[in-house]
Design a binder for this molecule. Structure first.
Ligand code: HEM
Length: 487
């Protein structure tokens, strides 16, 4: 055994000992029984046949606040209460959980807006936001339209009875960000970059018990030890190293051509982040939306009629924001399929989380706020929040875009998120910078595709939902993607 292996084993053993002998302080919050000490409830949460099989049942049984077991018996607080969200999202005391932060450091470096904290984060977020205002995003519309036309050409050229739409959407969204934000065409990214990007997308879409365990162990390691993993000769770390190196190289090349008034150092630090977070999130949302349309042919026909009448009337100035069915459809898709279904945070200090309604503890006490200790893991269960019956109605699990055309689709008074009272783009300090960009891009792609084609599901390839780095569609062969018959 090498001395490095011995050192890592000792560090993990010490960390495990400390974890095992620490009381969380939330033991009395009710929650489901844990089937295993090693995995706790994590396999049920992250590896069900279809995302939410267990989570949405727990939501019904225990309500918007409950306790789960993490790997190695640790307590995880599951939260889908809007008041608690407001508090956590606006508090600098709740930061990304270690594994998320550690992977952020490896992929994006220490200076990206996603990895910096506190005042540095606030300043960088505000500076970058100037490239994502409503006015700035409107300028990107021709780029989105060009990408959408390419998608149409690709679908027209395909003679297959069904087609996996996901890789086409991923290429289109990568091209849109690259051109809009970096001023660089997809060809300009280079073949090596595009190939490695596909590798990262593929790796990020897998989920297994071994990965869940590795992440739990990785979260226990001090950051310096975790960072050493960057140099491990595995396929995943090789791809991460290459992604970082290629993105930094690209950032240096494009920083002259960007007109955003940012220094080269800032552009370079954001390049990898923006290309990764802006690509698959949008591509998966459009893929899920098309699958829902394929399952709801009546609504699909109504939407097509709305699109065609608007495209016919204003082909060069489509009023995307004034198309009720289009926007109701996008909101409903983002409600049911938030890219980040589970946002893990950790408390940097003791805190008291407010909640909307009191809950009964296992000692029969009614509590109206949740005290948590420094180091407590808190999971913002975004997909659960967006299916809470008390806010969205008894049909909260159903795809019903019409709910957005009624007066008040969301019955809560506590507003969250930048868009439609949804948390799909998060909210508070780390609100997604690209949310307007993503909405316009989705509007353009949907109008183009649904205006020109009709979508049905192939009989033998139902789409399932998996939670890996984000929520993604999975085909019957277990691979990422959404098969659709397109005519
Ligand atoms: C449907 C599409 C999208 C969804 C659902 C989405 C969702 C999110 C979420 C949930 C976060 C918070 C992540 C965290 O802190 O853990 C986030 C952050 C971020 N997103 Fe998006 N995103 C989308 C598209 C985009 C696009 C197109 C861009 C850029 C062109 C973008 C840029 C960013 C950036 C830079 C951050 C980091 C913000 C910060 O930490 O201050 N996103 N996004």
């Amino acid at each position: 055994m090498s001395s490095a292996t011995i050192l890592i084993t000792v560090i993990v053993a010490v960390a495990l000992y400390r974890v095992l002998h620490r009381k969380s302080g939330i033991e009395n919050i009710p929650g489901p029984p844990s089937p295993s000490w090693i995995f706790g409830n994590t396999l049920q949460l992250l590896l069900p046949a279809n995302y939410g099989d267990y989570e949405f049942t727990w939501l019904k049984l225990y309500g918007p606040i409950y306790r789960l077991k993490e790997c190695f018996g640790q307590d995880r607080l599951m939260v889908s209460d809007p008041l608690a969200f407001q508090y956590i999202l606006n508090s600098a005391q709740f930061v990304h959980a270690p594994i998320l932060e550690n992977f952020g450091h490896l992929l994006y470096g220490m200076k990206s807006v996603s990895t910096v904290r506190g005042d540095t984060h606030r300043r960088l977020h505000a500076a970058l936001n100037t490239g994502f205002t409503a006015a700035a995003v409107r300028n990107y519309q021709p780029i989105f339209e060009k990408m959408a036309h390419v998608l149409t050409e690709q679908l027209e050229q395909s003679s297959a009875s069904s087609i996996n739409i996901s890789p086409l959407l991923s290429t289109a969204t990568l091209g849109a960000i690259s051109e809009a934000v970096l001023g660089c065409s997809t060809e300009g990214l280079g073949e090596e970059f595009v190939a490695n990007n596909s590798e990262i997308v593929m790796l990020a879409s897998s989920q297994s018990a071994a990965q869940i365990l590795a992440n739990a162990l990785g979260a226990l390691l001090p950051i310096s030890v975790f960072n050493a993993a960057f140099y491990l000769p595995t396929r995943a770390f090789r791809a991460i190293r290459k992604a970082r190196y290629l993105a930094e190289d690209l950032g240096r090349r494009v920083s002259d051509s960007t007109k955003k008034g940012m220094s080269e150092e800032v552009v370079v630090a954001q390049t990898s982040l923006i290309l990764i977070v802006g690509q698959e999130t949008t591509a998966n949302a459009v893929a899920f939306g098309l699958v829902e349309l394929a399952m709801h042919s009546h609504f699909q026909n109504q939407l097509r009629a709305e699109i065609q009448s608007n495209l016919g009337a204003n082909p060069h100035n489509v009023p995307y924001d004034s198309m009720p069915l289009l926007n109701a459809f996008i909101k409903e898709t983002l409600r049911l399929y938030p890219a980040v279904a589970l946002e893990d945070r950790v408390a940097l200090a003791d805190a008291v989380i407010p909640i909307m309604e009191g809950i009964k503890t296992s000692t029969e006490e009614i509590i109206t706020q949740i005290p948590v200790r420094k180091g407590q893991f808190v999971t913002m269960a975004i997909a659960s929040f967006q299916r809470l019956e008390s806010f969205w109605g008894a049909d909260s699990h159903e795809f019903k875009p019409q709910r957005w055309l009624e007066r008040s689709p969301y019955k809560g008074e506590t507003s969250v998120g930048p868009y439609a009272n949804l948390l799909s783009f998060l909210g508070g300090l780390r609100t997604c910078l690209g949310w307007r960009f993503a909405i316009l891009e989705m509007q353009v792609i949907i109008c183009e595709l649904v205006g020109k084609f009709s979508f049905t599901l192939p009989k033998d390839d139902p789409v399932r939902v998996r939670s890996a780095i984000g929520l993604l569609p999975i085909m019957s062969n277990g691979e990422k993607g959404a098969s659709l018959c397109v005519v």
